[in-house]
Design a protein around this ligand. Structure first.
Ligand code: 3HC
Ligand code: NAI
Length: 692
């Protein structure tokens, strides 16, 4: 992280009577870099020994309390004092110590606050231990001190979800002692002075054992089991449960030592490296070539959406969930009604599952209005078309939008494949036009590909990036090509997936290799779920074929919705292998002279992922994606690429690019394709790696 100030002035002290106010100033988020730890350590030693200091308040300058350890220091030798030593020093001070918290107290920041006797928070503050999202656990006593303060059950929820809680909830849970009313630092100083006047001894969090003793162990074990069941192959959530259990079962110092061992295991793991890579990838993706930092977003109060089908409905929910008003436009009343009913039903399911309150459902529905009249779009600041994937239909719809949209309104298309520049030509303001490629289900999937047309204005990109983030999406700016980043790479995978069937793997073999790798489902399960007819139509439009999938479609086997696809679905849901399909594949293989063989799971993964990675490298070479990490974000957030593997390009680098090129070469020869020609990007990058 950028060093914003010299280490001397990152920690300053102001004396207000007997209360010393220690202020940390390490922009942008006051991370606990060495340049903070060292002066903070020295300052605390001085104040501990200073007879004139009766109490210490720890606070931060800028927009937030400490947001955690400095993530950029992980993987490098830790310079002393480390955070644990700092907290031990703080905890042993016999004068009252008070953390004054505003913004976000996260990770190591909250752990430092837990080393204080007391915590005073601003009403808008948030407190949490998000380490699990980085493939880690809190490594400076958080898994041991938080259970002591809020009880093991609450601590388990906070640590395994990584989600911060609001100050009011923190007060209720016992995590903070009081909320500031007259100004944070003044209130914290007054609080500290009262405590000093009352006199000690002041109880350190480590000595509070009442909530640990009262813990319902059976309930704790049940919750731990539930967390493990949802861990999806990730080690960090499981390690978090082990640490919280230790906090209950072991003496404090033993639990602390066990937490340390788990932290060391995790911080050096590939999974955590991958998740840290994705953390920085999200932040990098906000930086767009040719777009200056000073460019301001346009205000977006109301969004118009044309088409209330699968995507239009999901996109409308995504905005309503983010508190943004939506006008939905359909061609006919019946379709509009159907669309609105589907949205209502989706919200009702969330209510029945307990993940949404009735009031929240009503509030979201109240943000949605439907019409068949394009004139209703006149007050929208952004209008997204999500009608059929057909150039002529989309052009007509866009021209109609252009007629009613006010000046400055951004017009966007949700097309999956069509040429965004050609679509931009159907409006009179191509500078206000872009692609907004949401992923299905659009209210759930986090990815948004923002497609930059040749005329798209910088402030349109900035607006869409910030709008996407405000509704919880992960936006990635991509260039114009058939399928953009994600679908183009997916198409590159498709051919080899089918080839594997002809060479002897069954759909179940392929899908199992995928789920074992960490994907939520395999390609055949996915196709059956999405409906085979969609890609069949797309292939026909492009004059392309797929031997097995086309045959299935010709039989009317479109997947789960018809009860038959690559699998049979006797009960409509459970996939069973289909002997008839197996015979058909064997016959086709014979006809083509392909001898069946046993194909390992490793080969299945390599055969399907390497062509995808190769396509990713072409995408980078052509500048369709600005950086490898953008491609990774697309795959993790749009297609379920395993989080713990960091995305295809990160994974490829871990594997070694030259090995991948060799294997691609080998398969091209073996399957009688042309000689494999690596992209310029692959050539350059493998050469660079060899030199290193
Ligand atoms: N270490 C290093 N850099 C960090 C950082 C951290 N902990 N947290 C944020 N940054 C950097 C970001 O990379 C970004 O850098 P850039 O401007 O060069 O791209 C800059 O700070 C601003 O961050 P955001 O763009 O994310 O700012 P926001 O205002 O949107 O969000 C935030 C602020 C909520 C604090 C968010 O940055 C965040 O969630 N940070 C990570 C918090 C976290 O995971 N803490 C735990 C760290 S691990 C730990 O503490 C281990 C301990 O248990 C031992
Ligand atoms: P859909 O068929 O479910 O919905 C399209 C809707 O548009 C229908 O309700 C139709 O009545 C409406 N419509 C058609 N012409 C209209 C007009 N002139 N005015 C108003 N409404 C009109 O299709 P789906 O799946 O929602 O796809 C929409 C777009 O989203 C397509 O471009 C598709 O490629 C893209 N997309 C689809 C994804 C998917 O998984 N289904 C994923 C990402 C993008």
């Amino acid at each position: 992280m950028a060093e914003a100030a010299s280490s001397e002035n990152k920690v300053s002290v102001e004396h207000r009577g007997g209360v010393a106010i220690v202020t940390i100033d390490n922009p942008p988020v006051n991370a606990l870099s060495f340049s903070v730890r060292k002066p903070l350590h020295d300052t605390l030693v001085r104040l501990r020994d200073d007879a004139a200091t009766a109490a210490i308040v720890l606070t931060c300058a800028g927009r937030t309390f400490i947001a955690g350890a400095d993530i950029t220091e992980f993987g490098k030798p830790m310079q002393d004092p480390d955070l644990r030593a700092l907290i031990a020093l703080l905890e042993a001070i016999e004068k009252p110590t008070v953390a004054a918290i505003h913004g976000t107290a996260l990770g190591g920041g909250l752990e430092l606050a837990l080393g204080c006797h007391f915590r005073v928070a601003d009403k808008a503050a948030k407190l949490g231990l998000p380490e699990v999202k980085l493939g880690l656990l809190p490594g400076a006593g958080g898994t041991v001190r938080l259970p002591a303060l809020v009880g093991p059950l609450k601590a388990l929820d906070m640590i395994t979800s990584g989600a911060p809680i609001a100050a009011t909830e923190a007060l209720e849970a016992g995590l903070v002692d009081t909320l500031a009313t007259d100004g944070l630092v003044a209130d914290a100083a007054a609080f500290a002075a009262v405590k000093a006047a009352e006199g000690g001894p002041f109880v350190a969090v480590r000595s509070r054992r009442d909530k640990i003793a009262a813990a319902d162990r059976e309930q704790l074990e049940a919750r731990i089991k539930a967390v493990i069941a949802k861990a999806k192959g990730l080690r960090a959530p499981v390690a978090c449960t082990e640490a919280v259990r230790n906090a209950v079962l072991l003496p404090f110092d033993e639990a602390l030592a066990a937490e340390r061992a788990l932290f060391v295991e995790l911080v050096t793991s590939d999974q955590s490296r991958a998740q840290r890579h994705l953390f920085f990838a999200e932040r990098e993706a906000a930086k767009v070539a040719g777009v200056d930092k000073s460019v301001k977003p346009r205000p977006i109060h109301r969004v118009g959406i044309i088409g209330a089908g699968t995507m239009g409905g999901g996109i409308a929910m995504a905005f309503a969930n983010g508190g943004i008003a939506v006008t939905l436009v359909e061609a006919a009343h019946e379709a509009l009604q159907r669309g609105l009913e589907r949205i209502e039903k989706n919200y009702a399911i969330s209510v029945s599952r307990g993940s949404l309150s009735d009031a929240a459902k009503a509030a979201r529905m109240a943000l949605l209005s439907g019409t068949t009249d394009y004139a209703a779009l006149a007050d929208c600041d952004l209008i997204i078309e999500a009608v059929f994937e057909d150039m002529a239909v989309k052009k007509e719809v866009l021209a109609s939008i252009d007629k009613v949209a006010k000046p400055g309104t951004i017009i966007a298309t949700n097309t999956s494949y069509l040429d965004v520049n050609a679509l931009a030509a159907s409006v009179s303001r191509p500078q206000d036009f872009a692609g907004m490629h949401f992923f299905s289900p659009a209210n759930i999937m986090k990815l948004l590909e923002i497609v930059r047309g040749k005329d798209t204005a910088p402030d349109v990109l900035v607006t869409l990036l910030s709008l996407a983030r405000s509704i919880g999406k992960v936006p990635v700016v991509v260039g114009v090509c058939h399928g953009f980043v994600g679908n183009r790479m997916l198409t590159a995978r498709g051919a080899d997936v089918e080839a594997l069937l002809l060479e002897g793997a069954s759909p179940a073999d392929v899908d199992k290799a995928f789920t074992d790798f960490g994907w939520p489902m395999g390609p055949f399960q996915m196709w059956d779920l999405a409906g085979l007819d969609i890609s069949w139509r797309n292939r026909k439009a492009l004059g392309k074929t797929a031997l097995i999938a086309d045959w299935l479609c010709e039989q009317g086997r479109f997947g789960q919705k018809t009860g038959r696809g690559f699998y049979l679905y006797a009960d409509g849901r459970t996939a069973q292998p289909d002997p008839e399909l197996a015979i058909h594949i064997a016959n086709e293989a014979k006809r083509l002279g392909i001898a069946p063989r046993v194909i390992s799971a490793e080969e299945i993964i390599e055969r399907t992922l390497y062509p995808l990675i190769n396509e990713g490298s072409r995408i980078l070479e052509e500048g369709i994606a600005a950086r490898e990490s953008d491609v990774d974000l697309v795959w993790v957030n749009g297609y379920g690429f395993p989080l713990g593997k960091g995305g295809p390009m990160f994974w490829a680098r871990q594997k070694g690019l030259s090995g991948i090129v060799d294997r691609l070469n080998h398969w091209h020869q073996q399957t009688g394709k042309d000689v494999f020609k690596p992209s310029e990007w692959l050539k350059a990058t493998t050469a660079e790696q060899t030199v290193r």
